[in-house]
Every structure is written in structure tokens, then in C-alpha cells.
Design a protein around this ligand. Sequence first.
Ligand code: HMG
Ligand code: MG
Length: 337
Amino acid sequence: MTTRGATGGARPAPYPAEGLPERVTVYEVGPRDGLQNEPVVVPVEVKAEFVARLAAAGHTVIETTSFVHPRWVPQLADAAELLAAVERVPGVRYPVLVPNARGLERALELGVTEIAVFASATETFAAKNLNRTLDSQFEMFEPVVARALEHGLKVRAYVSMCFGDPWEGPTPIDQVVEVGRRLLDLGCFELSLGDTVGVGTPGHVAALIGAFGGPERLAVHFHDTYGQALANTLAALRAGVTVVDASTGGIGGCPYAESATGNLATEDLVWMLHGLGVETGLDLGALVETSTWLAGRLGRPSPSRVVQALSKALSKAPSEAPSEAPSEAPSEAPPKE
Ligand code: HMG
Ligand code: MG
């Protein structure tokens, strides 16, 4: 069910449910995970505008780019130029992906204050994505995390292929927990559980979080390849997770993971969260407007269902500005069920 605001824009009717957090931090990965998998290299000015629009829409954390080998991900080879072009908004974090010592060196030179390292839970993906074995990937991360912490940086960690891997099948839960614990023990403040190829299902999500002993320091990162990302997110929220990765417009994917498609779309996530009465601090209208603008730059429509629905509704009502249309939830929410 939807309601329509003063501007005529659609928004979900808020029906809060028991057992969910009051507020969720959306960790926005569009400029990094989104743009790293685009067939075209997006001009640096467009990237900078994308990041600025995301901050203006209320994002407090925007993973901006990667300091990986530029030959491995040419789409993000302009990381240094982009960081120089991004105007920092107070209160907004701008983490970057860093795989190794060379990447950290480049990030430190530019005054980065938060990084994310990324490990694999499987042998095959460690080889394909990092040119390392499951074990030797840690020889690469350990000095990076130690040096970053010495410099006072915040360090997040990802584990990829937490649910399954296109080459090895379902990933054993113990294997994921072992890799994740090693990263947390290095001093990473947060561990994002990546479903890189989108094969997880809600029971699997609950089991994995349970195997970590609960949601403390965990975030989730779902790709929507099999249409499970929202259901999996709800399972993670019910298990107590309060940080959810998403990409505005639903763009994204890892070029080294066969069959990886877009991330959970931020707009689809926000529609569900606002419908559940969970605060995000995000302006859905501004996000939809941003994705529609970006789709024009990428030359293809956004895969987000909410963007498709709202941009269609808005194009039928040209007098209604998209940024106002899906205005925030009505002030009177029904009581919790
Ligand atoms: P390698 O070939 O083993 O590198 O690649 P190396 O250490 O042997 O170094 C070879 C040369 O590359 C050296 O130069 C280095 O200096 C240079 P030379 O001495 O020969 O002239 N080099 C670099 N140059 C610039 N920046 C660097 C860098 N590192 C080395 N950082 C490496 C190892 C890790 C670099 C490579 O495998 C790589 O860049 N991989 C990144 C792949 C990637 O970015 N994948 C996508 C992100 S992960 C993802 O999307 C999943 C996630 O979203 C979560 C999920 O969905 O599950 C996070
Ligand atoms: Mg990803």
C-alpha cells in the first residue's frame, strides 16, 4: 500500500514491525561497487557530482573509490583525481577500498581517513580477485591494517562469497567465520558480510550471523542477482544488524565474480525501511532523482524497482519535482504491531 503526499509523490505507508532497529545506517557503495562494474569509464566530474548528490540526499557514509591496481579495475583508475574533486561535507565519511601496501600508500598521500580491506571466504575467489591464496591474502592485509591503524585511520573489512561461490558452490559457514574473525582480530571496526553473487537466502543469513555469535560489528552487503537482497536484509535486521550496504540505483557488481549483478538498490532498501518505520535520514526523492540523472550518464535505466516505479510516476506529473515527490513518511505512524 502506498500513500500520496502533498506533492502527489508515492511513499510507503508506515507500518512498524516488532524486532527491528529504530535506525539503520546505509553504507552507500554506488560510486565504488556500482561504477567498478560499468562497461564505460565514467568521467571524473560525473563521479564527483554523483558523490555530492549522495551526500545531499542524506548519506553519512559514501564508499567513494578504490586504490586497487588500475589495470585490474580501469573504471576506478582516476581515484586520486576523484578524491581531489570531492568536496567533503562535514559529518559524512568517505571510505575507499584498499587491498595492499601500495594502495594504502596512495590513499595516505591523499589524506584518506577511512579504508576498507576486502578478503575472500573461498580459495578460488581469493585467486581471481586478489591473486592470492585464502591464507596468503592475510599476509597482504595484516601490514595494511596495522599501518592504517597507526595512522589513526578507521578500517572496515569485507568478506566476499560468504554464501556461495560460482566455482566452489555453497561456502561452509565455518570457513566464513574463520576469515571474518581473523579480520576483526586485526582491529577492523566493522565486518561486512558480502553475498557477492547474490545466492544467499534469509535462513542462511540468520545462520551465518548466529555463527558469529550475534550482530556485533557486523554489516551486510547483498548483491541482488537472485532477487533475494531485500529478504536477506530483513533477516539481517531481525538478527540485530544495523549497517546495510546498498548502491543508489542498484548498479554494481564485481568484475572478477562470475554472474555478479547489481547491489541491493538504496531506493528499494529505503522504501522498505521507511515502510517499516525505520529511520535512515535519507531523502528518497533525492535518491531517485540522482539515479535517474546517473542512468542518463550511463546510458541505461536503473535496475532499481523503486526508481523505475517512481520515475515513471513522476514523468506523468511533470509539474511535481522528483526531489519533493516521495517526501518523508507521514508524521503519524501506526503503533508497533
Ligand atoms: P598483483 O598482480 O598480485 O600485484 O595484484 P603485485 O603485488 O604482484 O604487484 C604488481 C605490480 O602492481 C607492482 O608494480 C605494484 O607496485 C603494482 P611493479 O613493481 O611491477 O611496477 N600494484 C599497484 N599499483 C597501484 N595500486 C595498487 C597496486 N598494487 C600493486 N594498489 C592486487 C594484487 C591486489 C593489486 C590485484 O589483485 C588487485 O588490484 N585486485 C583488486 C580487484 C578488485 O578491485 N575487485 C573488485 C573489488 S572487491 C568487490 O567488489 C567485492 C565487495 O564489493 C564485497 C562483495 O560484494 O562481496 C568488496
Ligand atoms: Mg560488492
